[in-house]
Design a protein around this ligand. Structure first.
Ligand code: ATP
Ligand code: MG
Length: 355
């Protein structure tokens, strides 16, 4: 048993360099053959940052067939409140070069899944049809998701990105990542926690209950598949982060292999899902240094599991922009999202008629 003196903290210390090693463009080149095909657009223009930063959900000109802008902004809530910056309110954006790069990626991949350096707009998935979450086939789809998401805002804010670091980064450039879109089967997604190059825990990623996770042999097989994949492909390849990282993994249908979806810092910002970081700390500490532990696998093992019964829709807090309440009455989420999209397009049309 290791002595208390050697006991590591629950979280490893963070530096800007460690955080930056988890941005997409840093890790992807090393693991591209084990992950999803992706294109990184970097750096982005100052104008595009201003657009992402601006209030309201509206389209740049030229992002779809109708070359116009919508101004469905936070200010237009019927309260008579006027924006204190006319320039800001009427500023028009257009990104023809970026539009062209997005269209190129769409034609190369069929459809794209967008994210920024670290975060995807998964809290805005409800904006596009539920049958194909986060599937983008036009620049307008990409912009709609990015503008509707609180999660991607994390990547714009240096205070958030480097939260927990003692010093500031030397350089941080925003990037747009366009990944080939796949109909991901969420039941086969796992999140795997590695501390000091020990694979400690593996958690089901989707909080829903799936029968097959209780089938005899499934858990043993999956543990073996993940461990083998990790040992052969990932272990020892994270010296930048001192061997502390969390990776997201999508198992193949036969559960024998898989693909890397993402890497995340071993830090409070990364959701520990069915673990707590204290649980993981115990797994590291209790089992000691010279013993190679079998990782612990946690799944939602019954429909009454607390994770499965927290049945509020995911990211509910971000589902209803204030300005949209007036068109929401009595509709299901999908109807409502469709109505909101129509509303954004309608105001784009109105604006172009005004011009
Ligand atoms: N290329 C893709 N095509 C379709 N769906 C995808 C793709 N990549 C990821 N997804 C889905 O979107 C979810 C979120 O993706 P990802 O892990 O990249 O986002 P994230 O913002 O890094 O999430 P987190 O904040 O949990 O780390 C995944 O769990 C997966 O279900
Ligand atoms: Mg991630």
């Amino acid at each position: 048993m290791p002595s208390a003196v050697n006991k590591p903290d629950v979280f490893p210390s963070l530096t800007p360099e460690i955080i930056l090693s988890f941005q997409f463009s840093s890790w992807y080149p090393k693991f591209a053959s084990l992950s999803i095909k992706s294109t990184v657009i970097r750096p982005l223009t100052r104008d595009f940052l201003d657009y992402l930063d601006a209030d309201g959900v509206f389209m740049p000109e030229g992002a779809e067939d109708i070359p116009a802008e919508s101004t469905l902004s936070d200010e237009e809530d019927g309260s008579g409140y006027e924006s204190d910056s006319e320039d800001e309110e009427h500023r028009k954006f257009s990104f023809p070069e970026l539009d062209a790069k997005i269209r190129e990626a769409v034609s190369r991949y069929g459809a794209v899944f967008p994210k920024l350096n670290f975060s995807s707009p998964r809290d805005a998935a409800w904006m596009l049809p539920a049958s194909s979450p986060l599937k983008c086939v036009s620049p307008a789809d990409v912009y709609l998701l990015l503008k509707s998401s609180d999660f991607v805002q994390h990547d714009l804010n240096l205070g958030h990105v480097f939260d927990g670091c003692e010093s500031a980064p030397r350089i941080y450039d925003l990037e747009l990542v366009l990944r080939k879109w796949y109909p991901v089967d969420r039941s086969r997604e796992l999140r795997c926690f590695v501390r000091q190059e020990k694979l400690l825990g593996i958690s089901q990623r989707d909080p829903n209950y799936y029968d097959f996770w209780n089938e005899s042999g499934t858990q043993i097989k999956v543990l073996d598949s993940v461990k083998t994949f990790w040992e052969n492909n990932i272990k020892g390849k994270w010296p930048e982060a001192g061997g502390d990282y969390v990776f997201d993994f999508l198992l193949t249908r036969d559960l024998s292999r898989g693909h890397i979806i993402d890497f995340n810092p071993y830090a409070p910002r990364t959701d520990p899902l069915l673990f707590t970081y204290e649980d993981l700390h115990d797994l590291l500490f209790v089992r000691g240094d010279d013993y190679t532990p079998q990782p612990e696998l946690r799944v939602v093992d019954s429909p009454s599991h607390p994770a499965a019964t927290r049945n509020a829709p995911a990211h509910q807090h971000n589902m209803v922009p204030l300005e949209a309440l007036t068109i929401s009455s009595g509709r299901g989420v999908q109807d409502f999202a469709g109505a909101l999209r129509d509303e954004i397009r309608r105001s784009m049309q109105d604006d172009s008629d005004d011009d």
